[in-house]
Ligand binder design. Structure first.
Ligand code: ARG
Length: 247
């Protein structure tokens, strides 16, 4: 089977309009490094490990993008420079606990077909057992190629206990604290991969709206059996996020 994001497929244009490409200056150009997600006209969210140690002027966000190599999309992308990076004060660069950061633009974006913010969940939403969608421009397989267009994959959200049990069956002793949420299959095959970090894991709400429940944080390899992807659990941070983005 042809692997995508890993195990997913190319997204439809305009389907995930909160998806952002986070680009860092490297060599002589800004290059895609991570995913990020639009929260409102001035703020985006990403993984702390994507921006840790970076100055705001080393990062550019590309909104409304779909295929990096095409200039003829019906709704052009927009870029925003960063005015302020707010890394979660308890981010731990060793364990990746509290792996989230908020990015404030210099100039607000106006919303349109390809630029729409995501909803936040309620702090008590329990998502175990639900199907999640994960999107990104990351590798299509471990050590695999980088796609030009946005990819998506759906997979079930696990309980933290199921996640720990899978890792321990694979020979890893991992304590998956409640600041994380895992997703994937026992036999692997569906996952995020390098270059997807910081991007969204979303679930569909009862009224059809999509909600941000995770940020792609870490994994061991990509899509390996008994090694589910591990995500920052957004429900744990909704109050912190709201306090900052309502400033
Ligand atoms: N940390 C990696 C990145 O910077 C991706 C982590 C997700 N990996 C996974 N197997 N789910 O892009």
């Amino acid at each position: 089977m042809m692997a995508r994001i890993v195990g997913g497929r190319k997204s439809h244009y305009l389907r995930w309009p909160w998806m952002i490409s986070l680009r860092r200056y490297e060599g002589k150009a800004f290059k895609h490094k991570c995913g990020a997600t639009l929260l409102n006209q001035l703020w985006a969210i990403t993984a702390a490990h994507c921006v840790d140690g970076k100055m705001p002027n080393e990062v550019v966000l590309r909104l409304g993008e779909y295929n990096f190599h095409r200039m003829d999309e019906s709704h052009p992308h927009v870029e925003r420079r960063i005015y302020m990076i707010v890394i979660h004060p308890q981010f731990d660069a060793v364990t990746y606990e509290n792996d989230l950061a908020l990015l404030r633009f210099y100039e607000p974006v106006s919303l349109r077909a390809n630029i729409v913010p995501i909803c936040l969940p309620k702090p008590l939403d329990d998502v175990a057992g639900r199907m999640a969608v994960v999107t990104g421009w990351g590798r299509l397989a471990e050590e695999g190629e980088l796609p030009g267009s946005l990819h998506e994959v759906s997979m079930p959200i696990l309980t933290n206990k199921e996640c720990e049990e899978m890792y321990s069956a694979a020979g890893y002793v991992e304590t998956i604290r409640d600041v994380f949420v895992c997703a994937g299959l026992l036999n692997g095959g569906l996952d995020a991969c390098e270059g997807d970090s910081g991007g969204p894991m979303v679930v569909r709400g009862t009224r059809g709206q999509w909600k941000l429940v995770g940020l792609i944080s870490w994994g061991m390899g990509c899509a390996a059996p008994k090694q589910p992807g591990v995500y920052t659990r957004i429900t744990k941070f909704v109050d912190w996020i709201d306090d900052i983005i309502s400033l």
